[in-house]
Design a protein around this ligand. Sequence first.
Ligand code: HEM
Length: 207
Amino acid sequence: MRLKTILTKIHFISGIVLTAFIGLHFFNHFFSIIGPEKHIEIMKLLRPIYRNTISESLLFLAVLLQLCTGSKLRKANQNTQSTPFELIQHWSGIYLAYFLLIHVAAVLIGRYFLKLDTNFYFGAAGLNSFPANLFFIPYYCLGILSFFAHLAAIHNKKMKVHLVGLSPAHQAKIILFFGMVVTLLLLCGFTNQFNGLDLPDAYAIFN
Ligand code: HEM
């Protein structure tokens, strides 16, 4: 088997592992719209699934493989991207690599150096402190959008059939639109547009 085929397969499989976690992660984040307490209640139900030695080792391995194979594939495909969806896949992949590196490192620093529970308030800290939010709002929004954009581009490439009369390209555009709605809702949830936010002192890292 050619090296590029092997890399593509590893990238695809680690991507599926990551997508399964991110699906749970966003499901949890949706509850931020109801309020921090509900978000934390759901997090406590989900943590046993993803925060144990086996799941976390698998998740970190998936992040590592995704970043390594992604950067190799980017170099191999450097001169071949031409359609809008190929360009979306390329640039969203680059941003996701940057986002995942910072995000996972931040969670580990929060957990092991700052000795914080990396819960809702940890995510909300940067989004609700000025001037840190000038970085964190675009950083998180682009992270969520890039995830859906990457998914949409892959869907467009792999999907071969029409669904309810919609072409693969139309289906991919719906995924992109859904990603925009999710981004807006999570931004509202984490800045608590609906409930008002009272950041505990321990999480006032950016004040
Ligand atoms: C609104 C946007 C986001 C916020 C506020 C957020 C917040 C958080 C928090 C608080 C944790 C720690 C979870 C825990 O300790 O139980 C976490 C972990 C993580 N997040 Fe996010 N996240 C966001 C978006 C994303 C996106 C877009 C991705 C991937 C593309 C992602 C990937 C991860 C990963 C891989 C972990 C590590 C899981 C672990 O082992 O604890 N997150 N995030």
